[in-house]
Design a protein around this ligand. Structure first.
Ligand code: SF4
Ligand code: SF4
Length: 382
């Protein structure tokens, strides 16, 4: 394992870190197995944005005897309401949810208290001028959190955070696909011909500025969505028309200025080992330039990355899961039995959608979720 400093904090973290999003609805044994594999491979950095109680409890139990060896990112503003994840700024919900995090992790001090998922300027301003930041400051003053971080997909917000001396760490979505584009609100502008070149300068200038600024001023960057929710790993779903390997994606993320570490979301030890091949890979195995050089003009707008930020659904549908099963099945001649069975076993299905549209407002990728629900009904039969 190789380690890098987290910006000005001086804390050393493993270049590859563990993102726990796939531990939802899994038995404790799976968490323990993955945590042990991480520890055996020198991974010392963990992010948990999930509010699902068991995920937090399982992780707390699994790291308990080795707590001092882990650096933890925990999210403030990620709550669990009516059995669903809800991002909120309502302090009556935020405070108990964060206390629940600390309790379930069995810790008194958290390394990084992350202001969770801020993608709109208005939201950022409200956080920074209101009770939310006051609470975060109080946690820091009392030593409950040691450092303040913020997570976002939006480079506009990233730049605001990087210029804010209170924010020491930025968790940001970085992969070769997203990097071609600026803030999602301005996506049309980045479809201009002159944005695309023959080399890696297809890195969007706004993002380049963000990475440069973080490198310069010592705001640490940790990477999420390094595989774009898995879509970069398959020929069918990659916007480049050809898949990248986990090694290429990891290399890309770690090659950006200011980046300290990439969180890989893995479902099992085999997937973790796949990512760890990065350290034994030769230069040609890491090289992503050819894929990028052939990139068509293509954006991620409208494509689901299964991030789950559209929750909670009014009808309690697991939207990300329906989208994922739909994507897995839609290009096949016939819906595979295993996928149909998984779909049949969901508590709520696409036919439960009442087209309220609430989820679409929360989707950072502007997925037309109501349309997907209609298409999924057609494909799966209900
Ligand atoms: S629909 Fe949007 S918010 Fe929901 S999982 Fe997909 S990309 Fe994420
Ligand atoms: S539009 Fe459908 S999927 Fe989205 S929140 Fe409403 S009921 Fe749920």
């Amino acid at each position: 394992m190789k380690y890098r400093k987290l910006g000005n904090t001086g804390i050393e973290v493993s270049e590859i870190a563990f993102g726990a999003e796939f531990l939802v609805e899994r038995p404790y044994e799976d968490t323990e197995e993955l945590i042990k594999a991480c520890e055996a491979n020198g991974i010392n950095f963990l992010d948990c944005w999930m509010s699902e109680p068991d995920v937090r409890s399982h992780l707390g139990r699994a790291i308990k005897n080795n707590r001092e060896n882990w650096i933890i990112q925990g999210h403030i503003g990620s709550t669990w309401q009516n059995n669903q994840y809800v991002r909120t700024r309502d302090m009556d919900k935020v405070i108990p949810a964060f206390e629940d995090f600390m309790e379930r992790f069995q810790i008194d001090t958290l390394d990084f208290g992350m202001i969770h998922y801020v993608d709109q300027i208005e939201d950022y301003n409200e956080i920074m001028e209101g009770p939310f930041i006051e609470y975060v400051r109080k946690l820091k003053k009392e030593g409950v959190i040691e450092h303040i971080g913020l997570s976002t997909h939006n480079p506009d917000i990233g730049l605001l955070a990087a210029r804010n001396p209170e924010i020491e760490l930025l968790m940001f979505s970085i992969n070769p696909s997203y990097d071609m584009f600026g803030a999602m609100e301005d996506i049309e502008e980045y479809r201009r011909d002159d944005v695309y070149t023959d080399d890696l300068s297809s890195l969007n200038p706004q993002r380049a500025e963000l990475y440069e600024l973080c490198e310069e001023n010592g705001t640490a960057i940790t990477v999420m969505k390094g595989f774009a929710g898995g879509t970069l790993l398959s020929d069918e779903t990659s916007p480049f028309g050809v898949s990248l390997t986990p090694v290429q994606c990891i290399h890309y993320a770690l090659s950006q200025k200011g980046v300290s570490s990439i969180f890989v979301g893995v479902k099992n030890v085999e997937e973790l080992e796949e990512s760890l091949k990065y350290f034994d890979a030769n230069e040609s195995e890491k090289d992503y330039a050819e894929v990028l050089n052939n990139a068509p003009k293509h954006s991620f707008e409208g494509q689901c990355t299964y991030c789950g930020h559209c929750a909670p659904c009014t009808s309690e549908i697991d939207i990300a899961m329906v989208n994922k099963l739909f994507d897995l099945a839609k290009n096949q001649e016939k819906v595979p039995d295993s996928i149909q069975e998984h779909y049949n076993n969901l508590k709520y299905n696409a036919s439960d959608c009442i087209a309220c549209g609430d989820c679409e407002e929360r989707c950072p990728f502007k997925v037309h979720i109501v349309d997907v629900m209609l298409d999924a009904q057609d494909l799966f039969g209900f």
